[in-house]
Design a protein around this ligand. Structure first.
Ligand SMILES: [Zn+2]
Length: 334
C-alpha cells in the first residue's frame, strides 16, 4: 500500500494521545510484538498503524518521528519496503484466508533485509476466518525476533478471544464532534461540515471524503421522506416503491441513527445534543411528538429490515410493511 507523502504531514489531533502511547513504548524498549488497535470506523486507525510501522522501520528517527529521508523511509513511502507487509481482505466484505496468513508466516521467518524491525499490519482483522485466526496464533505468541504484528479492527468482538488475548490492546476513543468539526474547518470544509460529519456517522476522515458527493443530499431526501410519511404528507406505498429500487445499507444506518437520537432526546428530555448535529432542531421536534417506546420499536424494525434485505427478501414488501407501521404511529392520537 502506498500512502501520499502529504498524509504523513497532516496531523490528526485525536490520534496524538495513542501516538504518544506508542512512542513511549519505543522509548522504554517495550514495543509490543502483537498489538491490537481498535475503535470505531473512519477515525484513522490504519493510518496510525501505518505511521507507527514507518516510525519503527525508519533508520534515523528524529524527535519521535520517522525522518522521511532515509532509505527505509523512501522504500516505505514507495510501498516497496521489504520488511513491511500489509494484509487485508482482497475485496470488501471478503474473509482474510488461511493461505495469506501462512504466506505471511513464511515471510517473517526469513531474516529482515534491513537490520531493524519487521512489521506486519493486518487491516480489518475481524475479517480473519477461523482457520486464518488459528494459523496466526503461533506468530502472535512467539513471533520471530524483531517482528511486530499490528491488528486493526472496528469490530474487536468479532475476533476470537484467543487472538485478542495475545495482543496488547490500544483502544482509540470516539472523537468529540467539536474536535471533528474543527479539523474539518482546518481542511477548508466549513459550511457543509456538520451535515457531512453526520452523514459519515461522526468520522471526520469519511466526512472529508464525502465532500462534493451525493451522500449529503440523499440523506436529507431520506429524512424528509421519513418525516412526510409519519405526518401523513406522503403515501407509504409510494415511498416504499422509491426505496425498493435505490436504498442502500448506509441509508438504513442513517435512519437508525435518527431514531436512536430521537429516543435519546426523549429519554433525557432534550438535555443532550443530537448526534446528528445538523438535524438537531428537527429531531427535537420529532422527539417531542413521538413516544420513546415507538421510536425504539421503529429502530428495531429498521435493523430487521436491514437483516431481511441481506437475504432474498422482496424489497418493496419489506419497505411497505415498515413504512405502513411507521405511518400508523403518526396517525395515532397523541
Ligand atoms: Zn527515516
Amino acid at each position: 500500500m502506498t500512502m501520499q507523502a502529504a498524509d504523513f504531514l497532516r496531523p490528526l489531533p485525536w490520534l496524538e494521545l495513542p501516538w504518544q502511547t506508542l512512542m513511549e513504548a519505543i522509548d522504554q524498549d517495550r514495543v509490543a510484538h502483537a498489538l491490537l488497535i481498535r475503535g470505531v470506523g473512519g477515525i484513522g486507525k490504519t493510518r496510525l498503524a501505518t505511521d507507527y510501522a514507518r516510525r519503527l522501520l525508519c533508520q534515523k528517527p528524529q524527535s519521535g518521528k520517522a525522518c522521511g529521508q532515509c532509505t527505509s523511509c523512501h522504500l516505505f513511502d514507495a510501498g516497496t519496503h521489504p520488511d513491511f507487509l500489509m494484509l487485508a481482505p482482497e475485496e470488501a466484505g471478503k474473509a482474510i484466508k488461511v493461505d495469506a496468513i501462512r504466506q505471511m508466516t513464511q515471510e517473517i521467518a526469513l531474516t529482515p533485509q534491513y537490520a531493524g524491525y519487521r512489521v506486519v499490519i493486518i487491516d480489518q482483522a475481524d475479517a480473519l476466518n477461523g482457520n486464518a485466526a488459528n494459523a496466526l496464533l503461533k506468530s502472535l505468541e512467539e513471533p520471530p525476533n524483531g517482528t511486530v504484528i499490528v491488528l486493526v479492527t472496528d469490530r474487536p468482538q468479532q475476533l476470537p478471544a484467543t487472538v485478542r488475548s495475545r495482543c496488547r490492546n490500544l483502544s482509540i476513543s470516539p472523537i468529540h464532534s467539536d474536535m471533528a468539526l474543527q479539523w474539518l474547518n482546518q481542511q477548508g470544509i466549513v459550511e457543509d461540515a456538520p451535515a457531512l460529519l453526520s452523514t459519515a456517522a461522526g468520522s471526520p476522515l469519511r466526512a472529508a471524503s464525502l465532500e462534493g458527493s451525493e451522500a449529503v443530499k440523499k440523506r436529507i431526501e431520506r429524512f424528509d421522506e421519513l418525516m412526510a410519511v409519519f405526518f401523513g404528507a406522503r403515501d407509504p406505498l409510494d415511498v416504499a416503491e422509491i426505496w425498493s429500487t435505490k436504498l442502500v445499507d448506509m441509508e438504513l444506518l442513517w435512519m437508525a441513527s435518527w431514531l436512536a437520537d430521537g429516543a435519546r432526546l426523549g429519554l433525557t428530555e432534550g438535555r443532550v445534543p443530537a448526534r446528528n448535529i445538523d438535524l438537531d432542531a428537527q429531531l427535537r421536534r420529532l422527539a417531542a411528538r413521538i413516544p420513546v417506546s415507538f421510536l425504539m420499536e421503529t429502530y428495531d424494525r429498521i435493523l430487521k429490515c436491514q437483516e431481511a434485505l441481506r437475504g432474498p427478501a422482496n424489497r418493496q414488501l419489506v419497505f411497505e410493511e415498515f413504512l405502513i407501521r411507521w405511518a400508523e404511529g403518526g396517525a395515532r392520537p397523541q
